[in-house]
Each structure stands twice: as structure tokens, then as C-alpha cells.
Design a protein around this ligand. Structure first.
Ligand SMILES: C[S@@+](CC[C@H](N)C(=O)[O-])C[C@H]1O[C@@H](n2cnc3c(N)ncnc32)[C@H](O)[C@@H]1O
Length: 315
């Protein structure tokens, strides 16, 4: 009996039920490798899937927890067990994946596109380069990098969350990006990727969701080639106090309401507002990058510090 009319049950299936169906949709990530890119992917992966087995970097839901059992961390304003945070973040992004791009445009009035454009301009990406976009979700950055690096270059769109990565994979395949690979990976370990393998590593609106940010920064340093650069685009601390109050009002009232109306999920957007307030400010993050080994670190505030782009080099 055909099961075509059955409603999808899992978040992954819900994401896969979008009307744009990619030819790779039913193959497990990261085996949805665009033709011709397998060789390039092998060069940057530390492990190769053995016939029929699940590659170890193909993370199950909720995997990738770090920290000792019994320790606590923050999840927005809540305190949770460290080993539970990744699962809670996963639930947020499984829930919002199909409405993520629409919500981004609505919540930021489209300004997130300008922030991303600014970060891409700061990246100095060139033709032929190898780029890793971590926590890349629906692929906004990877899509532009794909064009900028050209056919001789290579981009990896990576995320811990299968629902988000499936949306990104469909979108980039539909856009004809043939030099992009899609890999499930935890930013904290970047286990699939070999040392010194990328010219540019980016993480856009992803770092604040990561439980162990120091471990993530160390992993980013590891996978960058000497001479490579890291760009972090993330919400930050507004620098103008009166504006900050207005911004708080907007974040804690309007965002959850919009989340409820558009994505039928106010809690995830409440988490968004809270997680932004819990993220290290500009100077703290710069210090963390320096501790991880990055040099010549700097940052640029955008929209009065609502967002900042941090940049550091592996020399
Ligand atoms: C707000 S979205 C950002 C997506 C995209 N980079 C953008 O700028 O639109 C945050 C992404 O971080 C991912 N994420 C959260 N924790 C992660 C982790 N530990 N490792 C990798 N990705 C993670 C989520 O799955 C989600 O796709």
C-alpha cells in the first residue's frame, strides 16, 4: 500500500515534506553529495563511511552533548543540565525549520540579509577557496559562497540539525549550487573535518546556541588552514542604552507573538530573545577567540551593536 498520503510524523519528515523535493532527499546526510564533489569532500573529512554503515559524523538527534554529567548551563534564562542543552536547542530548530527563513525576514524586517552581506564582504572569500559554514542551517551564506568560490572552489554547509540542513540542502540544490556538500556536524568537535583544511570558516547566528563555545572555537581553529580566517556573525550587546530598552521590548513581546502566529511556536522565539541576552558581549567574545589561538581579532558592530561580526586569523 502506498504511504504517500500519510502525514509526516517526525520533524525531519515534516521538513522533508516541503513542496521542493531534491533528488538527494531520501539519502541520509551527508551522502547527498553533489556529483563531482565526492573527491573534494573526502579530502576534508577525517573519516569515510564504510559500506552501508552510518558514518560516525551522522549525528543522531540530541547527540553532541558536552560537559560533565551533573553540571548545569543556561538555555535562554533557564538553567538546564549541561548534557540536556543540545537536545533542547535541537527541539527549537526542528520546530522552526520549515518557517525559519520567513521568520528571519519578518523579525528583522529583512535586515538580516544586510548583516549577512556585510559578513560575506568581510570574509575576503576568493575563487578556488575552501569554505566551511558551521551551523549554516538553511544556507544563506553557503549559497553566496558557492558562487564566490566558483567551480574550482568548494563549500561545506554544516549543521547539527537534520531538519535545518535538509531545508538548506533542498534550497541550494534547487539553486544549482554544485560545489556544496552537506554535512551533519557538531560545532564543538567538527569531528568530520580534518585539521588545516579550510581557507575560511564562518558561523552565522549559530554560536550562541552552542553549549561549549570554547570547544567550538578551538575546533574552528583546528580545521582552518594557516593563513585562514574565522568570521562569527552573531547577536551582541547594543551600544546605545535608550535603543537597548526599545529592543528589549520588541524582543520579549513582539517576537514570541510573531512566532506563535507564523510558526505556531512562541516558546522557540522566547528562547531566541533570551539566548541573545545570555551570549557573551563583543569584548568577551573577542577574548575567547584570542584564547582559542586566533590573532589580529577585531569586531564590527552592526545596527548599533544588535549584531556584531567578529573576525580572527590563524597565522
Ligand atoms: C539561528 S540558526 C542560523 C542559521 C544560519 N546560519 C543563518 O544565519 O541563517 C542556528 C543554527 O545553529 C545550529 N546549531 C545549534 N547548535 C549547534 C551545534 N552545536 N553545532 C552545529 N550547529 C548548531 C542550529 O541547528 C541552527 O540551524
Amino acid at each position: 500500500m502506498s504511504n504517500e498520503n500519510q502525514k509526516p510524523t517526525s520533524p525531519t519528515e515534516q521538513a522533508q515534506s516541503s513542496d521542493k523535493v531534491s533528488p538527494f532527499l531520501n539519502s541520509p546526510l551527508p551522502q547527498g553529495t553533489p556529483q563531482g564533489q565526492q573527491q573534494t569532500l573526502q579530502q576534508t573529512l577525517t573519516d569515510t563511511p564504510v559500506n552501508g554503515s552510518v558514518p560516525k559524523y551522522n549525528l543522531p538527534r540530541g547527540a553532541g552533548n558536552t560537559g560533565n554529567v551533573g553540571e548545569t548551563t543556561h538555555f535562554g534564562y533557564s538553567t538546564v543540565r549541561t548534557e540536556d542543552k543540545a537536545q533542547k536547542v535541537a527541539e527549537v530548530f526542528h520546530s522552526v525549520a520549515s518557517k525559519y527563513d520567513l521568520m528571519n525576514d519578518l523579525m528583522s524586517f529583512g535586515i538580516h540579509r544586510l548583516w549577512k552581506r556585510f559578513a560575506i564582504n568581510m570574509s575576503g572569500v576568493r575563487r578556488g577557496q575552501h569554505v566551511l559554514d558551521i551551523a549554516g542551517g538553511t544556507g544563506d551564506l553557503a549559497k553566496v559562497f558557492s558562487r564566490e568560490v566558483g567551480p574550482q572552489g568548494h563549500v561545506v554547509l554544516s549543521d547539527i540539525n537534520e531538519s535545518m540542513l535538509n531545508v538548506g540542502r533542498d534550497r541550494l540544490i534547487d539553486a544549482g549550487c554544485t560545489n556544496v556538500d552537506f554535512v551533519l556536524a557538531n560545532a564543538e568537535t567538527l569531528e568530520p573535518f580534518a585539521d588545516n583544511s579550510f581557507d575560511l570558516v564562518t558561523i552565522s547566528f549559530g554560536l550562541r546556541n552552542v553549549t561549549d563555545k570554547d570547544a567550538a572555537l578551538a575546533s574552528m581553529f583546528r580545521v582552518l588552514k594557516p593563513g585562514g580566517r574565522l568570521l562569527i556573525l552573531e547577536f551582541s550587546k547594543p551600544v546605545f542604552e535608550p535603543f537597548s530598552k526599545l529592543y528589549d521590548l520588541y524582543s520579549f513581546t513582539a517576537l514570541p507573538i510573531m512566532g506563535k502566529l507564523v510558526a505556531n511556536d512562541s516558546e522557540s522565539y522566547k528562547y531566541l530573545a533570551e539566548s541573545i541576552r545570555m551570549h557573551p558581549d563583543q569584548r568577551t567574545l573577542k577574548g575567547m577567540m584570542e584564547n582559542a589561538g586566533f590573532q589580529n581579532c577585531d569586531y564590527h558592530n552592526l545596527t548599533a551593536g544588535i549584531v556584531a561580526v567578529h573576525r580572527g586569523f590563524k597565522l
